[in-house]
Design a protein around this ligand. Structure first.
Ligand SMILES: *Cc1c(COP(=O)(O)O)cnc(C)c1O
Length: 421
């Protein structure tokens, strides 16, 4: 579709941006999206996100604002909060964080003093920057120490984490990951935190859609605070959210506003309210189960094609390939990701645990099934993807082969149109 017909309003004012938006629409429609943190929101979520709510300032919280004219905004934010609490079984929810990183910053601001010790999963082992990694503000304003996965199994070793926590006595323990393909035992983290009187933050940014539907065990009964993005498996607009026990509600709210942010992004709040309503349906529960079924199918098919997977498989939406091991040191993650992209398969290069290579050119490739599952792809598509990935790996510089796969990808995408495009 032309930029003019897709984005008539933008086109009239700014054809250059309309053209680029149309090209991105086309790219999303015709490529296989395997980045595990990405998804396709529904038209309903897109509409809310593009609504006139972007025009309104609403510093404060429902019924306690610093600007007039909030009748409808208050109703929308209340619905988002109620739906979040109902869906996750939480006492309290704050839906205002601009994204996942500011949400985590708000949690530390709420509960810690500057310089307190945070203990989170090491970034190259699958943790997130905002779990106290040194280049992140969270590792500058607070002291941090990192736990790692087991050197043999590459899984979390709760005995080792407990031992480290007893030695280092962090004020807060963070569970959650951005590249961990296995189930996380939140109750184990709770008992470790209890032993040393630490706070326990569960960051479920990647898995919140799976948690909402019971496909991954919930941290809500165990954690003091649960943070999440809203745009990954939860399939809402880009944003962040914090849920907590009632006793921390005031501190969390104050940390978000006025501690760190000004006016909430009301158009995002409306999109989130819509996404939370969608996430409470049977259809979404089926979708969540299908994400994990597809991930297991894809992992199995990749192993059949000779790929080496970190931990040997997956329990969730995410798969981590050790490309260097798969190819006996011949190929790293980045050139593989770049060749895949030329073939219409979009994933991202990533470190693997104990990676010997640098983060900008690491050994692994990270992929996930939330987006392809949103398109309704299933077992046949997963086998196609695994075989195509093997062919790309064997033909990194053979543009004829990459072009042929690109055309096959194009045909597959036509059969499974993405929501919202
Ligand atoms: C994606 C992610 C975040 C950060 O979210 P942004 O919206 O990119 O700021 C935080 N924590 C984890 C575990 C994540 O995967």
């Amino acid at each position: 579709m032309s930029a003019q017909s897709l984005y008539p309003g933008i086109y009239e004012t700014d054809p250059e941006i309309a053209e680029l938006c149309a090209l991105e629409n086309e790219r999303q429609a015709t490529s296989i999206r395997l980045i595990p943190s990405e998804n396709y929101v529904t038209s309903a979520v897109l509409e809310a996100t593009g609504s006139v709510l972007t025009n309104k300032y609403s510093e404060g919280y429902a019924d306690k604002r610093y600007y007039e004219g909030q009748a409808h905004i208050d109703a929308i934010e209340k619905l988002a909060v109620q739906r979040a609490c109902a869906l996750f079984g939480a006492d309290h929810a704050n839906v205002q964080p601009y994204s996942g990183s500011p949400a985590n910053l708000a949690v530390y601001t709420a509960l810690l003093e500057p310089g307190d010790l945070i203990m989170g999963l090491s970034l190259p082992h699958g943790g997130h920057l905002t779990h106290g990694w040194k280049v992140s503000a969270t590792g500058k304003f607070w002291t941090s120490t990192a736990y790692e996965v087991d050197p043999e199994t590459h899984r979390l070793d709760y005995d080792a984490i407990r031992k480290q926590a007893l030695e280092e006595r962090p004020r807060m323990i963070v569970a959650g990951a951005t590249a961990y393909p296995r189930t996380i035992d939140f109750s184990a983290f709770r008992s470790i935190a209890d032993e040393i009187g630490a706070y326990f933050l569960a960051d479920i940014a990647h898995i919140s859609g799976l948690v909402a539907t019971g496909v991954h065990p919930s941290p809500v009964p165990h954690a003091d605070v649960v943070s999440t993005t809203t745009h990954k498996t939860l399939r809402g607009p880009r944003g962040g959210m914090i849920m907590c026990r009632e006793e921390f509600a005031k501190a969390v709210d104050r940390a978000v506003f006025p501690g760190l942010q000004g006016g909430p992004h009301n158009h995002t709040t409306a999109g989130l309210a819509v996404a939370l309503k969608e996430a409470s349906t049977d259809a979404f529960a089926n979708y969540s189960r299908a994400i994990v079924d597809n991930a297991k199918l894809l992992a199995g098919a990749l192993k059949d094609e000779g790929f080496d997977l970190v931990t040997g498989g997956t329990d969730n939406h995410l798969i981590l390939i050790d490309v260097v091991k798969t190819t006996n040191d011949a190929v790293a993650g980045k050139p593989f990701a770049k060749a895949l992209d030329r073939a219409g398969i979009v994933a991202n290069y990533n470190t693997v645990p104990f990676d010997q290579r640098k983060p900008f050119n690491p050994s692994g490739l990270r992929l996930g099934t939330p987006a392809v599952t949103s398109r309704g792809m299933g077992d046949v598509a997963m086998v196609f993807i695994a075989k195509a990935m093997r062919e790309v790996l064997d033909n990194l510089e053979n543009e004829t082969v990459l072009e042929r796969i690109r055309n096959e990808v194009f045909d597959l995408c036509k059969v499974f149109p993405a929501p919202g495009l």
